[in-house]
Design a protein around this ligand. Structure first.
Ligand code: B12
Ligand code: SF4
Length: 547
């Protein structure tokens, strides 16, 4: 059977943020690549259309899909981008109503039949490594698929659910993702050593904790499984050999959950003489000097930690269970061994007030060992305890929108908390960037990472925002508004009618400075606050981040 898997363009809907998201990293769709390899092993012919990497418009994605003459089309979705996959499926069905369209991914696993729109023939929930090939084989043979676990579909005007599929027990039994179906030269990520071609890779699944803002429980990720280090290193080796890619972003939820596992991977890398670099995320209390020194020796160049907030009560409520004192220590250790440390902060978690944000910003302002922090708005994604809290109004949270397409972390907020409006949260997010990046000792690493032009642009904006903050408050009704851009930079949106994001050169946009012909693309202008914009958005409902 001819299977076409489509990863629709998503950063376009982040407006100006999308340019910076693209500059920060363009990620290969690892899940589709894995499902493609499994389908190929079952004798099916597979293509992947990565609309994001190729900057395709909706029409171009539909045309590219049709060109492949598919027997079936597969899509994936997270909550804030489900609407894009749905728009693609709707568009595609107008062209080819007879070709089945299926969709899986975290959003489907979480909301289940609520995602069963008429443009989808079958939904897949949970891990699909077993159900997907079973389904394809039965469909090709013209047999009934309703015995396959993990499906949701319409039959005789009824919604049929075939139950939760089992998680994969032996990760080593899976093939390596079908990267040969992607143009691997397109995926690049910014590092302190410059932009690198990279691939994502998964060495284990799961995480034992249940932070309230994470859908770990709904996604059944507390069921933990690891790959053998031998299989991981063999995959890395094949990526190095086939594509010349030597940087890996390990997408495991907690990279240093089991020290032995990651250390064994490093031992094998050394034994094989495989010279690579890698990065990942972990919890600050799960690193120590010996571990970081060991990992850095085999190529660790970056680690991300989720600081979120420094307020003791909020830390308790968010159930992350990492004692605060570990963050400075973990950053210091990373600095000591030349590993870049990233720290994410969330603004608007349950219990947030202006005072708690100030506490976090003061902490970061003084913490000289903490070189970089990213400020995201806390988003109550479905399937999280935070979502339930926002619906029931606990801890001063009020949910302003049930439209998941608005559930983004940058320049948008869908909650109010203790009197802080979505607009206030966005302002506090911007303030966070100013606070941390106005410290001169943070400029050096930032310049290294964003390049001289990017760095200067950011410093210019920090200065401008500082000046603006010193102006009288009545300026706010129609003021030009700075918004954070997610990767440490920020800009302001200005009216750019009929802008065609897909056709723009991300690099060009990235380096444009005020006064240059490209300047309008870097600026975003706010509507007056009484405008009919949806909760938290600065823009018009039809074009949320652009006016
Ligand atoms: C790496 C990662 C990213 C990367 C790369 C994404 C990519 N292109 O691969 C980046 C940084 C870009 C990213 C961005 C975001 N991410 Co993210 N990300 C992850 C992470 C850590 C790993 C993803 C992964 O590769 N998993 C491995 C694959 C094999 O698993 P999988 O994707 O779930 O796929 C399996 C099933 O879902 C199913 N399936 C999936 N698709 C399909 C399609 C078909 C046809 C079928 C049959 C089955 C199927 O089968 C697969 C195999 O079992 C996950 C957490 C996690 N542990 O999974 C979060 C996660 C997916 N991200 C999440 C979020 C919220 C985001 C953002 C919204 C954050 C933001 N910036 O606002 C964006 C959204 C981007 C987007 N386009 O949707 C949430 C999603 C929750 C939700 N409600 O949807 C997760 C689950 C984190 C969490 N625990 O809360 N992310
Ligand atoms: S530690 Fe990370 S992956 Fe685990 S529950 Fe918390 S946020 Fe989710």
């Amino acid at each position: 059977m001819k299977v076409v898997l489509v990863y629709p363009t998503w950063t376009g809907s982040y407006g100006i943020f999308g340019h910076f998201a693209r500059r920060a990293a363009g990620w290969p769709p690892l899940n589709l690549a894995l499902l493609a390899a499994i389908a190929e092993n079952h004798g099916h012919e597979v293509s992947i259309i990565d609309g994001e990497a190729n900057g395709l418009s909706m029409d171009e994605m539909v045309a590219a899909t049709m060109e492949q003459q598919p027997d079936i089309v597969g899509l994936t979705a997270t909550s804030p981008f489900f609407h894009i996959s749905k728009a693609f499926a709707t568009h595609f069905k107008q062209t080819a109503p007879e070709i089945p369209v299926v969709i899986g991914g975290p959003h489907i696993t979480i909301v289940k039949e609520k995602a069963l729109e008429s443009c989808f023939d079958w939904l897949f929930i949970g891990e699909a490594e077993d159900s997907w090939p079973q389904f394809l084989d039965l469909l090709e043979a013209g047999r009934d698929v309703s015995e396959v676990p993990g499906l949701i579909f319409h039959r005789d005007n009824q919604v049929i659910t075939t139950g939760q599929p089992a998680n994969v027990s032996d990760l080593d039994s899976l093939p390596f993702p079908g990267r040969h179906l992607l143009d691997m030269s397109k995926y690049k990520i910014g590092t302190l050593e410059g932009r690198k071609n990279f691939s994502s890779i998964q060495t284990m699944r799961g995480c034992p904790w249940k932070c309230i803002f994470c859908a770990s429980e709904a996604l059944k990720t507390t069921d933990m499984r690891v790959r053998s280090p031998r299989s991981v290193v063999a995959e890395m080796k094949s990526v190095v050999t086939k594509y010349g890619i030597t940087h890996f972003n390990i997408v495991d939820d907690v990279l240093t959950l089991w020290n032995d596992h990651i250390v064994e991977i490093c031992d094998l890398l050394d034994q094989e003489g495989l010279s690579i670099t890698f990065e990942g995320s972990t919890r600050a209390n799960l690193v120590d000097e010996a571990l970081i020194e060991r990992l850095a020796k085999s190529g660790l160049i970056r680690l991300s930690f989720g600081l979120e907030t420094v307020d003791a009560q909020m830390r308790k409520t968010m159930k992350k269970q990492v004692p605060l004192e570990h963050y400075v220590r973990a950053n210091r250790i990373c600095n000591q061994f030349g590993v870049e440390a990233l720290n994410s902060v969330m603004i608007g978690l349950p219990g947030e007030t202006r005072e708690t944000v100030k506490k976090t910003l003061d902490f970061l302002g003084k913490a000289r060992d903490v070189a970089q922090a990213n400020f995201a708005i806390a988003v109550p994604y479905p399937g999280t305890e935070f979502h339930d809290m926002a619906i029931s109004g606990d801890y001063g949270i009020e949910l302003m929108s049930k439209d998941f397409s608005e559930y983004r972390r940058y320049g948008s907020a869908v909650t109010t908390v203790n009197g802080l409006s979505p607009h206030d949260l966005i302002e506090l997010q911007n303030e966070g960037f100013v606070k941390i990046y106005s410290a001169p000792w943070r400029w050096r690493p930032m310049l290294k990472k964003h390049g001289v032009l990017g760095g200067l642009l950011m410093l210019f904006r920090v200065g401008k925002l500082l000046m603006k903050k010193s102006l009288p408050r009545n300026f706010t009704e129609t003021k030009q508004e700075f918004v954070s851009l997610g990767d440490g930079a920020f800009g302001k949106v200005q009216d750019v009618p009929n802008i065609d994001m897909a056709s723009m050169e991300p690099e060009l946009v990235g380096i444009a400075t005020e006064g240059s012909p490209d300047a309008p693309l870097l600026t975003i202008q706010s509507l007056p606050r009484k405008s009919p914009a949806p909760a938290g958005h600065i823009g018009h409902p039809s074009r949320p981040n652009l006016l």
